[in-house]
Ligand binder design. Structure first.
Ligand code: ADP
Ligand code: MG
Length: 306
């Protein structure tokens, strides 16, 4: 029995890993039109975005009907503001993003955008309203211009170049012999992690969504690149409702609200200075990162538990 059980168990694990990878890929590629685990109600109207206020009301969620992952979350991100979510690995940060994008439905409570329960509107309209900059972008085997325009195929060259400029990838592209027609991806020019992330940012600028989801995870990037990307992300998030999962606390200092999530619960919330003054979990995380940064001799090399 053991012999049978172990491989099955491994298979189960592999299956879950693959499924997670697929979910992440969906995020990256924005494959948004196919029905998933959630369905549109008949004749679901499109989401009508006013300012893009995001509200979680008593949100509970589990993946398996057993283990609660989110245990009753209440928060509001006012239109155009930035909410940062920090906390240890496994706390449920990415789950919040998946629920907002409606890869799953909440088990209890509701998520509303400008007052509309996201279960009542068409998924296509919901996903059009949300731009995602994932931690690890996979590019299509196509031109860099196509990769930037993806999501708005009608984008003209000026729009693409402008987005590239804002995302700070334009100088790189323009020195390539074929410029925006350069083939990238598996069979083309290999881009570095930072370059790919800039392409993802440019893509989001072209898409021009009122709501942004950032899983910043710039920890794989070198310090200099990380600062550039951070600056580009800040520019993109101007005037958009932004939810960012932050791995380095240095990037949440300016957020309008910070949620410290632990095991599916908000254990602290407030602005950076308030949380430092409280001298609790957040302050301890901050201290740890500062110490790590001092040891490494550079503030931005410190890394929070992801
Ligand atoms: P974080 O982003 O804060 O690290 P996640 O939201 O990814 O955390 O995960 C929260 C919890 O949910 C973890 O315990 C994780 O194992 C579990 N989990 C994540 N995705 C799935 C899934 N697809 N099926 C079952 N459990 C999952
Ligand atoms: Mg995560």
């Amino acid at each position: 029995l053991i012999q049978l059980f172990v491989p099955l168990n491994v298979l189960g694990f592999v299956y879950r890993e693959i499924k997670q990878a697929l979910i992440d890929m969906e995020h990256m590629f924005g494959l948004m039109d196919e029905p998933r685990e959630v369905e549109d109600p008949a004749d679901a109207p499109d989401l009508a975005v006013a300012g893009g206020e995001v509200r979680f009301e008593g949100v509970r969620f589990d993946y398996d009907g057993k283990r609660p992952i989110l245990k009753g979350l209440d928060f509001t991100v006012p239109a155009g503001r930035t909410l940062a979510i920090v906390g240890p690995s496994g706390a449920g940060k990415s789950t919040i993003a998946r629920l907002l994008f409606r890869f799953y439905d909440v088990t209890d409570g509701a998520i509303r955008i400008d007052g509309q329960d996201i279960r009542t509107v068409s998924q296509a309209s919901l996903r059009r309203a949300i731009g995602i900059v994932p931690q690890d972008t996979v590019l299509f085997n196509d031109t860099i211009g196509y990769n930037i325009a993806y999501g708005r195929p009608d984008a003209d060259p000026e729009t693409i170049a402008e987005a590239a400029q804002l995302a700070q990838i334009a100088p790189f592209v323009e020195q390539l012999p074929d410029g925006y027609d350069t083939m990238v991806g598996e069979r083309g020019l290999k881009l570095s992690g930072g370059e790919k992330q800039r392409v993802a940012i440019a893509r989001t600028i072209v898409k021009d969504p009122p709501i942004l989801l950032l899983d910043e995870a710039t920890s794989a990037l070198d310090t200099h690149t990380e600062r550039d990307i951070q600056a580009a992300l800040e520019r993109v998030s101007q005037g958009r409702t932004t939810l960012m999962v932050a791995h380095r606390l240095s990037t949440v200092v300016g957020a309008d609200e910070i949620l410290v999530l632990d095991r599916g619960e908000i254990v602290e919330r407030g602005r950076h200075a308030e949380l430092l003054a409280r001298n609790g979990v957040y302050a301890a995380m901050w201290q740890r990162q500062q110490t790590a940064a001092d040891d490494a001799g550079d503030a931005s090399t410190a890394d929070a538990p992801a």
